[in-house]
Design a protein around this ligand. Structure first.
Ligand SMILES: [Cu+2]
Length: 636
């Protein structure tokens, strides 16, 4: 059902090119003087057809029957009806029909624009202004209608100016109304928030309780540095601790982690502990869980390392820019009781834009790196995808297991070969294999033939191995074995939410771009998903856009229940970052056990920076931090 609707939506847009073609033929000018009239006719009739198509496709595109849907559909139908009346009037009075159509054009355009937005007070005011303008112009025409042909000619020239001005005004209105406010609080747009003065909890209170746990402490100084990749190419980087990736922080499960961030950068920054389910005040999201750390200042994060596994940390202030520049590192929580002797290799995959083009790097190696490993050694590659897109991980030369994803063990992983692992942006994979007496290579499908790859061999020598071009993605939904008591599609859910991912062109904060929408809105307008502590929450995600979106939930791991209607049969996947491809439907669920205001956003950070951000909010939790133009905080 979903796939059919998905095809129909996009087919609709393509089909609209057919009437455009017909109109171009029908009204083609035979001499240059006819060009303005021909253009006018084509624009008028095609906009009518687009509007009619919109009436049909809009309900398909937003197939939930909400109040917004009804309001928008109603507006579109009314305008279409007015159009038809005007076309009919043509026979009665040519002049009236001409004016009617011309005046309805901006109204129709506005309605179509509104159709894509939530109709709000701004939109109503603009529509009213158009109506007034229309009345004024008709009155003017009646006064000078009997004047000489010269006046008519002037009037026609005026019409062209009017049409152009209309378009410019429309664009400007859209642009200005998209401007983010000077002060934005994530408390404000959520009337659903249940805040009684007595029992509200401010995020700043949601810290790790005092404990006698041993402390693992670190200081990370953020600074700008020149970094040289293994090929000799240098990049201007922003670093924590002078390197990028930043130092890998190794902590022990059950210990208290204390990290002091000292900011020597020219800009404010923060640290987000990606995948670590910690108290909300330590989450590092500027403008929501803290104020960004200003240049020259420092800030200490403190949290208990509860769950062993592979995690990473990165800036959550202007993150698209700051992570790209190098503000990231890995944090590994080692189990309190180490199980077996393993040789660990942490690998942060990152793509650097350089003067020589993009360089895919594993840590700082953007060509073939060689490492000596004794045969028989159990090797655990801890791989983090710090990029905005998926990486397809390949191990050539030895069968391997996917032992963990996003810091959570896979139950009974099976040994696989000739397949690759699709690792979501922001995701981590633990890949385990026993070193054979011959070379083994780790790379991503995206590394090509000359970029970052890791060759492991008993002698530390060897030459680059080739990628398995035909490798299929491992179906993680059927990988490993199921576990009793895990969340499944049959679990009773206390709350169920739908998250629709859409795309269209438009303005975000006054700049025009391809917008990636979440629930038909952009930050901070997407309605917060409200939960109570203890709720088991299901979220159905529809990716209705033409690009992939890696969805990252802060503060929780979710269980992936189903993909395109097919429930998982393997080990339950407990992830914090999930890649959704165009046309995908995913059902995920989590237990609301960590009060706070938590971001749930696209980890293609370019999308997040342009508003693809949603919040999961617990009852009665509020924040006193703000972002917006008057603030130095930029949560994305
Ligand atoms: Cu996205």
């Amino acid at each position: 059902m979903f796939t059919i609707l998905f095809i129909l939506q996009h087919l609709g847009s393509i089909l609209l090119l057919i009437p455009l073609g017909i109109l171009l033929v029908k009204y083609r000018p035979t001499n240059p003087r006819q060009i303005p009239k021909a253009l006018l006719n084509i624009v008028l009739y095609w906009s009518a057809i687009c509007l009619a198509a919109g009436c049909i496709f809009y309900p398909l595109y937003h197939w939930s029957f909400s109040e917004t849907w009804l309001a928008v559909a109603f507006t579109e139908w009314i305008v279409l009806f007015a159009w038809l009346v005007c076309l009919k009037l043509k026979r009665l009075d040519k002049t009236v029909a001409y004016w009617g159509r011309l005046l309805l054009f901006p109204v129709a355009t506005m309605a179509a624009a509104l159709g894509m937005e939530q109709p709000d007070a701004n939109g109503v005011v603009v529509l009213a202004l158009y109506a007034l303008l229309g009345v004024g112009v008709i009155a003017l025409y009646r006064r000078i209608g009997h004047l000489a042909a010269t006046a008519k000619l002037l009037l026609r020239a005026g019409l062209v100016v009017f049409c152009l001005a209309t378009v410019i005004i429309l664009v400007q209105v859209q642009q200005r109304s998209s401007r983010l406010a000077d002060v934005i609080s994530m408390n404000m747009p959520n009337s659903a928030m249940n805040m009684s003065a007595k029992n509200t909890v401010d995020i700043s209170q949601l810290v790790e309780p005092a404990s006698n746990a041993p402390v693992d402490s670190f200081t990370l100084t953020a600074s700008a540095q020149k970094i040289t990749l293994s090929s000799g190419i240098s990049v201007a980087a922003w670093t924590y601790g002078g390197t990028t990736p930043a130092p890998t922080l190794r902590v022990t499960q059950g210990h208290m982690v204390e990290v002091t961030l000292v900011n020597h950068l020219p800009d404010p920054t923060t640290i987000h502990w990606h995948g670590i389910d910690l108290p909300n005040a330590e989450d590092g999201v500027s403008g929501i869980t803290q104020d960004a750390v200003l240049p020259g200042k420092s800030y200490t994060y403190r949290f208990l390392a509860k769950d062993a596994g592979t995690y990473w940390y990165h800036s959550h202030q202007d993150a698209n820019d700051q992570v790209q520049k190098g503000l990231y590192g890995m944090i590994i929580v080692e189990p309190a009781q180490p199980t077996s002797a393993e040789q660990e290799v942490p690998i942060a995959v990152h793509t650097w834009p350089t003067a020589q083009g993009n360089r895919l790097t594993l840590n700082t190696s953007d060509d073939l790196e060689k490492q000596t490993i004794k045969p028989g050694t159990v090797v655990r590659l801890r791989v983090t995808n710090t990029d905005n897109g998926t990486h397809h991980l390949q191990i050539v030369g030895v069968p391997f297991e996917v032992a963990a994803l996003d810091g959570r063990d896979i139950h009974s992983p099976t040994t696989i070969s000739n397949q690759q692992l699709a690792l979501s942006a922001g995701g981590r994979a633990d890949i385990v294999f026993t070193m054979p007496d011959r070379p083994v290579q780790f790379m991503t499908s995206e590394s090509g033939t000359s970029q970052g790859a890791l060759l492991m061999s008993p002698s530390g020598t060897g030459s680059r191995m080739t990628l398995t071009a035909s490798a299929k993605n491992i179906d993680m939904m059927s990988y490993g074995k199921s576990v009793a008591g895990a969340l499944t599609i049959h679990t009773h859910f206390d709350k169920a939410y739908t998250v629709n991912l859409d795309q269209r062109f438009g303005f975000f904060d006054e700049s025009f771009s391809e917008l990636q929408m979440v629930n038909n809105a952009l930050l901070p307008h997407a309605k917060m998903l409200m939960v109570h502590t203890g709720d088991v929450v299901k979220i159905t995600i529809h990716n209705r856009s033409l690009v992939g979106h890696p969805i990252h939930l802060h503060g929780h791991h979710f269980t992936v229940l189903s993909h395109n209607g097919v429930a998982y049969t393997g080990s339950p996947l407990q992830l914090d970052s999930l890649q959704t491809e165009p046309g995908d439907t995913w059902e995920i669920a989590f237990t609301a056990d960590n009060p706070g205001l938590w971001m749930a956003h696209c980890h293609n950070l370019a999308h997040a920076a342009r508003g693809m951000d949603l919040m999961v909010g617990y009852d009665n939790v509020m924040t006193s931090y703000t972002f917006g133009h008057a603030s130095k905080n930029k949560p994305e």
